[in-house]
Ligand binder design. Structure first.
Ligand SMILES: Cc1cc2nc3c(=O)[nH]c(=O)nc-3n(C[C@H](O)[C@H](O)[C@H](O)COP(=O)(O)OP(=O)(O)OC[C@H]3O[C@@H](n4cnc5c(N)ncnc54)[C@H](O)[C@@H]3O)c2cc1C
Length: 413
């Protein structure tokens, strides 16, 4: 085989496979190394499998609450093995799609571990050498390990372990209330698992706007998800957990979701690093944008990377948080979902749409609502293109939709 390529990529997650497909579309010869499965964490251990399980949990909960909507159900049962079966099928279908796209694009895929020797040489684990005009490292990240909470994969679980539980536990403690911790808290709670969250920061979802964090805490209380903030695990003794506030818990298992560590040792000059491995914003869409920026030269504003936390209701934000802005330097508009017709129709009235503006332009938006993951994109487009609040008021928003909350908010800025 000819081992000379224009581009050599290590890691076939969203960053790596996007780079490969776009480079190939430009007529470049590409070799892509993947030691596990095409699709990376996003497809195999992250975004997609969690959203599939989350959806099953939401269907289950909705059916249990169906009477509220005038629908009577009886003998509702949950077969968790089928939930996993569906998750696996979803992942496989999507993986096959990416594999086919790579094949059609004539990307050479090598299913093995690879190492970068220098800025133009990749060594595959069988010692085969690949010469590449350019090397891209997109090796991603792994669950962060913290002292005292090292994964034993039975009691102390990582976000990888939790995906394949043979059955649901009766109770769980989740350490960390970032996007992953909150998402799993909602999944377990929907399935009826007694769920407790422990967070070291003063609020849940510490990276969110403070008002959003508080709203989530209110929702957790309504949903009966127990949580402790400004708290950490002090001691674990024979599966008995003592928290720093001296609370004692005996959950059946613990999910440790305290962040992710980039899969990197030393950076090599002349190599391009993209995605989670950079340790910047560890989101799939950020990884994809970094790939496209480098290969296609399409710039993007990193500060306008939307964040989404899945579950009911979704939480999404973009741009500045209120706590980032100088007092009196901005205008704030808050629309409660209880003022939105569609929210009442859907029985989803606990939420808010908050928009922040400066000098007639939106600088940040924070949404706790059904469809927040899509709503946030409207605002992202507006901010990125400098569309003024007055200009946005000229846009027609359909009724009844959650997007009307955005429209209403404009008139309070
Ligand atoms: C539970 C969970 C839920 C998530 N949900 C979301 C979400 O909803 N939305 C979102 O945007 N993001 C989400 N993320 C984050 C998202 O998965 C990552 O940001 C994304 O996968 C990063 O893509 P990447 O290509 O940089 O790296 P990865 O997806 O980590 O891919 C890196 C790949 O490189 C391979 N590799 C590593 N070293 C080598 C080597 N030496 N040789 C060959 N191959 C190698 C790995 O096997 C892996 O397949 C979630 C993450 C988790 C854990």
């Amino acid at each position: 085989m000819n081992n000379n390529f224009d581009i050599g990529i290590i890691g076939a997650g969203p960053a790596g496979y996007t780079y490969a497909l776009h480079a190939s579309a430009q007529g470049k010869s590409v070799v892509l190394f993947e030691k596990k499965q095409i699709g990376g964490v996003c497809l195999n251990k992250g975004c997609i499998p969690t959203k599939s399980i989350l959806h099953s949990s939401e269907v289950y909960k909705q059916i249990l609450n169906a009477e509220k909507f005038g629908v009577t159900t009886q003998n509702v049962t949950l077969d968790y093995s089928k939930v996993l079966e569906r998750k696996n099928k979803t992942v496989e279908t999507l993986r096959k799609g990416i594999e086919l796209a790579l094949k059609n694009a004539k990307v050479t895929v090598i299913n093995s571990e690879a190492k970068i020797k220098d800025k133009n040489t990749i060594v595959e684990c069988n010692a085969d050498i690949y010469n590449c005009s350019k090397i891209v490292c997109s090796t991603g990240s792994s669950p962060k390990i913290i002292k005292g909470l090292e994964f034993d994969h039975e009691f102390l679980l990582s976000s990888d372990d939790i995906l394949n539980l043979a059955s649901l536990p009766k109770s769980i403690l989740i350490v960390g209330s970032g996007a992953i911790g909150v998402e799993w808290a909602r999944i377990f709670n929907n399935f009826g698992v007694e769920t407790t969250v422990v967070e070291l920061a003063s609020h849940l979802l510490p990276l969110a706007d403070a008002e959003v964090s508080k709203r989530l805490e209110r929702i957790f209380k309504t949903e009966k998800i127990k949580f402790f903030t400004q708290t950490c695990v002090k001691e674990i003794n024979n599966k008995k957990i003592t928290l720093s506030n001296d609370e004692i818990l005996q959950p059946e298992m613990v999910l440790v979701a305290v962040g992710r560590t980039p899969n990197i040792t030393d950076k090599i000059d002349g190599v391009t690093y993209i995605g989670d491995v950079t340790g910047e914003i560890q989101l799939a869409h950020y990884a994809i944008k970094q790939a496209i920026e480098d290969i296609d030269g399409i710039k993007f504003e990193k500060g306008l990377t939307p964040s989404v936390v899945y579950g009911t209701p979704e939480i999404a934000w973009v741009g500045k948080r209120e706590q980032d802005l100088e007092p009196d330097s901005y205008k704030k508009s808050l629309v409660l979902l209880s003022a939105i017709g569609k929210a009442h129709c859907d029985g989803q009235t606990d939420g808010l749409i908050k928009i922040l503006s400066q000098n007639g332009k939106i600088v940040g938006a924070h949404i706790v609502s059904s469809e927040a993951s899509s709503l946030i994109q409207q605002i992202t487009i507006a901010i990125q293109n400098g569309i003024t609040v007055d200009k946005l008021k000229e846009v027609c928003f359909p009724h009844p939709t959650y997007s009307e909350g955005i429209y209403d908010a404009l008139f309070k800025l």
